[in-house]
Ligand binder design. Structure first.
Ligand code: MN
Ligand code: MN
Length: 459
């Protein structure tokens, strides 16, 4: 079965649309590096497209009808959007799902310390990372500090070119003989991922004068006291913008493309569809990288509760209708897929791997060791998706995450499948997944958005 590089199909006008989508995508990546920043931007984009906050609709006493557009936010970290279709919600929705959290270094609750006249912030990494990749690159701090009185201070240091940046240091190669003998997982230890934040002492003979100076600056510039880190969520992420990659500018390199590439393209498709038979839904959640746990992760009841609220507003709600709506729904659970990398060819099985620029990816199953833990999508569902994609000129490929028994990974697919709905893992191929800078193909970004639109309208 042969599939071609998508760039070979495009004429000038399609190339223009592709560049337009990718410019918007790169701008989104550059400005939204945390789940909170993503949600803020998603709300702004949704409101611009005519979406209303579910809570405001509930309190206004209005009812929802075909064509109405609403969104609901969970704790500023997850969001669900609905566009009411011609049929009742009980007949099922077409759902796009993706996650907006990405691997990073989270600042601890008691983080500030000084050693060797250097001040640091201690971190606990979030999600699966190769720790050695996170040293010696410029990092930015993004997050939220909440004071005891409830006031909120938003932090974003290191993205403006006039801002300072931060880093985790590494041992010089000249003294690294013992370090280089260690296994990759231990070359840099998690507890050693400390972020360098200062070297200048305060004047006078205070003890730990460098730490004191850093704390003084935090107070003066941001009104943050050391104790305030207790009620803060600050994430250290690679500093800098998403960029075009390659002499041919065919690719995008950026932090956080897992899974914002699927989140952005799903959202864009959702906001742009004109009408649909079934209610369209786009679900963008947090905490996927640590097992979809917590109130803002996919395992929480947020989605189910929100669907119940929406059905109450369409006049359909009963417990049984809610169950039927979920069972009758179809979902594209989108997440990144591993792209074939010739440098690590033995990790893949070449007939069943995603290639960069070969279009949207469908993973019938992911999982590891005998498909364990995977959501194995039904052949009947895949057949219908093939029809939809072909009829709408969407280029796609099928893939597994890697060679049999090598590893595998989880997504949010299995959680929605618990309702008895049709779910399949789909998404976009990525090189260097989970590295500080990940690579995608512009063609795949473009095809994914096309695929999502085709699904929402025709599934
Ligand atoms: Mn992911
Ligand atoms: Mn991931």
């Amino acid at each position: 079965m042969e599939r071609k590089n998508c760039f070979t199909y495009y004429d000038e006008s399609e190339k223009l649309q592709l560049e337009n989508t990718c410019n918007l995508y790169m701008d989104f990546l550059s400005r939204c590096k945390t789940e909170r920043e993503c949600v803020k931007e998603i709300i702004a984009m949704a409101e611009k497209a005519g979406y209303k906050d579910l809570d405001s609709v509930i309190s206004s006493g209005e009812k929802l009808q075909c064509g109405d557009k609403i969104y609901s936010v969970c704790m500023k970290k997850a969001v669900a959007l609905f566009r009411i279709g011609k049929k009742g919600i009980t007949d099922g929705m077409n759902i796009l799902g993706a996650h907006i959290d990405s691997p990073r270094l989270d600042i601890k609750q008691n983080p500030v310390f000084e050693d060797g006249e250097l001040a640091f912030l201690d971190t606990h990494y979030y999600g699966g990372i190769k720790k050695y990749q996170w040293v010696t690159l410029p990092l930015a701090l993004h997050g939220t500090v909440v004071k005891k009185d409830g006031s909120v201070i938003d932090i974003n240091i290191g993205e403006d070119e006039k801002d300072p940046v931060f880093c985790v240091t590494d041992l010089l190669i000249h003294l690294a003989q013992e370090q280089m003998e260690k296994k990759g997982a231990r070359v840099v230890e998690g507890e050693d991922l400390n972020i360098l934040i200062g070297n200048e002492p305060v004047k006078g003979d205070e003890k730990e004068a460098v730490k004191a100076n850093v704390l003084k600056l935090l107070k003066e510039k941001y009104n943050i006291e050391e104790e305030d880190f207790v009620s803060a969520e600050i994430e250290a992420v690679p500093a800098g913008k998403a960029r075009e990659a390659g002499l041919d500018r065919s690719m995008i390199i950026s932090y956080g493309q897992d899974d914002r590439v699927c989140a952005f393209t799903s959202l864009k498709a959702m906001l742009e569809i004109e009408e649909s038979e079934k209610t369209a839904c786009c679900l963008l959640v947090d905490k996927e990288e640590i097992g979809s746990v917590g109130a803002t992760g996919m395992q929480s009841r947020f989605f189910e509760n929100t669907v119940a609220e929406v059905m109450a507003l369409t006049g359909e709600y009963t417990e049984l209708n809610l169950r039927r709506a979920l069972k009758n729904s179809r979902m594209l659970s989108s997440d990144v897929s591993s792209a074939y990398d010739p440098a690590y060819a033995s990790a893949f099985e070449k007939k069943n791997v995603a290639f960069l620029s070969h279009g949207m990816v469908f993973n019938k199953f992911t999982g590891a060791r005998g498909k364990s833990g995977s959501n194995d999508a039904n052949a009947e569902y895949l057949a219908d998706l093939r029809r939809i994609m072909d009829e709408n000129n969407v280029h796609y490929q099928t893939a597994e995450l890697g060679r049999v028994d090598l590893g595998g990974g989880g997504t949010i697919a299995y959680i929605l499948a618990l309702y008895g709905m049709e779910v399949i893992d789909s998404g976009v191929a990525v090189l260097s997944m989970h590295a500080p800078w990940e690579v995608t193909s512009k063609a795949d970004v473009y095809e994914a958005e096309k695929g999502y639109k085709a699904f929402l309208i025709n599934a």
